[in-house]
Design a protein around this ligand. Structure first.
Ligand code: MG
Length: 138
């Protein structure tokens, strides 16, 4: 599917959304529809298997997930030679002072708080890291 579709032959980036909440997935679909090819995962086990099988260009990763949480998933992504270079943006409702620094130092590329009230903030962060990834030629 990548490279066809929404933009008529222009390569469309693939974004993996890892989010267990159906309402949040619907909101992200609405924001990303027509801009990216979106692949959704509801838990870490499915996400790690799916990311390896179908490498996306960027990952939006919820922190609060059943079973394996987003921090654990990120650690496994960064430890995996095949996945380590993926841009990963944390999506979390746990917005407290110092959180941003905590997530960035853990290896997330960026950090967006939920609920998403400013979709342009999310899109700008995604474009920034997609551009950086393309510049590095990954
Ligand atoms: Mg969640």
């Amino acid at each position: 599917m990548a490279g066809t579709g929404a933009h008529g032959g222009v390569a469309v980036s693939t974004v993996a959304v890892v989010e267990d909440n159906a309402d949040n997935r619907l909101l992200l679909q609405a924001i990303l529809d027509g801009l990216y090819d979106v692949v959704e995962y509801e838990n870490g086990i499915d996400a790690l298997a799916g990311l390896s099988a179908n490498l996306p260009d960027l990952v939006l990763l919820d922190i609060s997930l059943p079973g394996m949480d987003g921090n654990e998933i990120l650690a496994r992504i960064r430890a995996d030679e095949h996945l380590a270079g993926l841009p990963v943006i944390a999506l979390t409702a746990h917005a407290m002072a110092g959180d941003r620094e905590k997530y960035l130092s853990a290896g997330f590329n960026d950090y967006i708080t939920k609920p998403i009230v400013d979709e342009q903030l999310l899109l700008n962060a995604m474009e920034k890291w997609l551009a950086a990834k393309n510049t590095r030629g990954l």
